[in-house]
Design a protein around this ligand. Sequence first.
Ligand code: ADP
Ligand code: MG
Length: 350
Amino acid sequence: TQPGSVQFTGVVKKYGDVTALKKLDLMIEPGKLVTLLGPSGCGKTTTLRLIAGLEMATDGTIHIGGQDVTHLTATYRKVSMVFQSYALFPHMTVRENVAYGLTVKAVPKAEAAQRAEAGLELVGLAGYGERLPSELSGGQQQRVAVARAIVLEPEVLLLDEPLSNLDAKLRRHVREEIRQIQQRLGLTAVYVTHDQEEAMAVSDDIIVMNNAEIAQIGTPAALYETPSSSFIADFIGDANLADCDVLEVEDGMAKVVLNGNTYSVPSHRPLSGAARIVLRPHALKLMSPQSAGVQGEVTYAAYLGKEMQYTVETNIGSLFVISPVSGQPFAQGDAVSVAIDQDQARLVSQ
Ligand code: ADP
Ligand code: MG
């Protein structure tokens, strides 16, 4: 394994009676930005703290850059962490904040100041070194925190919900900057968030976690296109889920019965009998009633500029539909038929 790789083998973490991680196996390739994504309490921060050496594994082994670091504390691991609260020292200048970790490592003062300046330049804050953190915006403070982490030249950069203290508008900007810096430096980064859009926007790969274990690992596109479970289908993007029956699978296509009609749906996983169909809002189209499809009634219609959003009550459940705006939109109370784009439908187990 090369520098920067992170490997967990059968890692278990317990806090007393609480099992925070069940038995984690994962491999992060050098130079990738990999995101841990999942609902609150699923074990993301615990995983990050185990990589940092701020927590010790209850069982299993952890390798960083091929070295067994399972029993090494944080000081002896070449990792840096960026926290949600930037945790800058308020009484120190920006340059002193960035140089702090270097000073602790007994890097000579002049060299530390020089490297801090280079770090500030990297995050687009050249010339801000003499200011106090309070004289910077939230987004700038978070960039100082990133600079402080990367001047230590870590093998792995860890970021725990780094944008959650920023307002929505800034979040998108700062996440792009973090991604660009990581790519420019070829850093291995492990990024934690509970926000699926943020995860899709910054990651090479996403590790989706649920209930103290990994639910699925894949690129943003793979998770969206071929979810392995209803949990993933629902968590990554919007999805309508309905029970269906798989009659047979041939050449990667499944013959599926849904609401009395037969559909031909791409099948990525071995399934038979009772299953669930995943219908993305864009894969559904409203037609006049009596056309082929699932009959229903529009209970909500919203005009959002480029698209219409509808909720339609049907006997396979309430369906969320997104359509391009064209012609006369449907209105609340309209009877409609919901046509399904079979190629875009997906199947998961029940
Ligand atoms: P996430 O970051 O995904 O929200 P955490 O890794 O912080 O989740 O927590 C995972 C689980 O471990 C939760 O049930 C949490 O309450 C528990 N936990 C985390 N840290 C501690 C701790 N220091 N002591 C006891 N339980 C903890
Ligand atoms: Mg957390």
